[in-house]
Design a protein around this ligand. Sequence first.
Ligand SMILES: [Zn+2]
Ligand SMILES: [Zn+2]
Length: 242
Amino acid sequence: MVSVNWDTKEEREKPGVVFILDEEEEENERPGIIFLQGSGVIRDYYESVGSCIEDVLRKTDASLEMKDLRYSEHRPYEISPEEMVEEAMIDFEGQVDGRKLNNAVQSNFNGADAKSFGVFVTDEDMTIEDEYNFILGATTPGCVSSISTYRFKNSDSLDPFMKRESFKSVVYHELGHLFGATDEFRRDDLVDRLGKHCGDMDIMRQGVSVSEWVDYTEDRLESGTVYCDSCKKSMKDYLSTL
Ligand SMILES: [Zn+2]
Ligand SMILES: [Zn+2]
């Protein structure tokens, strides 16, 4: 068994990327969250991401507008999701680099929203080149999260329900990073485990193996708690500044 790593050292990007408004888009000034997928993502997984985003927005009273790129007439990106994956592919490895994928999503954005977050779902196995064997998700806080279905979908030991629920735990975790749950400028109770993480028994703990994520998922389903109060407060504080 390879040593399994989850997540990445998040790049501490400033959350304030400002996009210039196009004249015709001026009406649409609400901050938005755009979610998009590469090819091959099973519908069930993709829709799980949508429901996690909705749930997080509800939990944090955020008024972000969610945009599913499948149904959008606007094309806020210069290139297609498939081309973004291609840009982030590591030669000969068959894996996509999560950090590069986030950069591809971010740098090809040409939309006009006051502030837009990107959430990308890929069917490809993900890693950070030269750092990990694989990762399950990667977030550039305040900008983009990318999440891979690969490790859960292809797990031999999990039933379909736990595959999807464990994947959802990862989505919640990355959305937490995206919205500042583990922002060290907002809290002093974080633990250092492959980047800043929560010390409570919630989904913002850092897991380093698929089985650890399954454990966290069982905790989540049993307790009904996704984020602890500190994580939720950090996210609310961050989202209220948009
Ligand atoms: Zn993390
Ligand atoms: Zn927490």
